[in-house]
Design a protein around this ligand. Sequence first.
Ligand code: ATP
Length: 215
Amino acid sequence: MTAVEERGISQAVIGRLPRYYRYLGDLKSEGVERISSQELSRIMNVTASQIRQDFNNFGGFGQQGYGYNTSYLYEEIGKILGLNKQHDMILIGAGNLGQALVNYMNLKNRGFSFKGAFDVNPSLFDKRIGNVPIYPMDRMPSYISENHIDIAVLTVPKAAAIEITGVLAKTPIKAIWNFAHVDLKVPDRIQVESVHLQDSLMKLSYNIRRHEEGK
Ligand code: ATP
């Protein structure tokens, strides 16, 4: 199926694919060769009809009843998620969160690799995060072009994130993984995924309150 045929697929379906991918990866490493939608539904705690509907968006991935081939399904969902390609990334903002992300991602995610980091703080320029060098901001635009960087990861304060996004919009960057607490405006050709850690914590806080008040 081509990207054009995929256009009508909702973000809700896309949002569920990483979870399918994670469960199938675990099943594959446990040596499970085939899995029915009923069985997948049981372990993932979603309905079997939801699974079938989600998979039908991509042509179904194999017959019901007989079950899905775990490895095939894992590879196909990986391809849909673009995980069969290497993504080179840069970090912008080498503070605590940025450094933690570089250390975590370069160890855990083979397909996504940090090549360089950028910051305004000159005391960081002779340092590295693991083996990732930290450069001054004025090198960032040319570094992106010369090294074919796909993704910029933003771990800077809010105001800096808005300003830097303006600079990124003039580079060939394909996507921004945004950890700053701000919603970014970008040209259509740039994809943005925001991870608002504080929003997530507030949701948790709400659920604690609701649970305690319901007692
Ligand atoms: P963190 O919040 O990531 O744990 P921190 O306490 O240093 O670290 P921030 O003030 O959020 O917190 O800054 C994160 C990093 O972003 C810092 O290393 C800072 O020097 C850098 N930074 C701030 N403004 C800019 C900017 N305009 N361009 C590039 N880097 C910036």
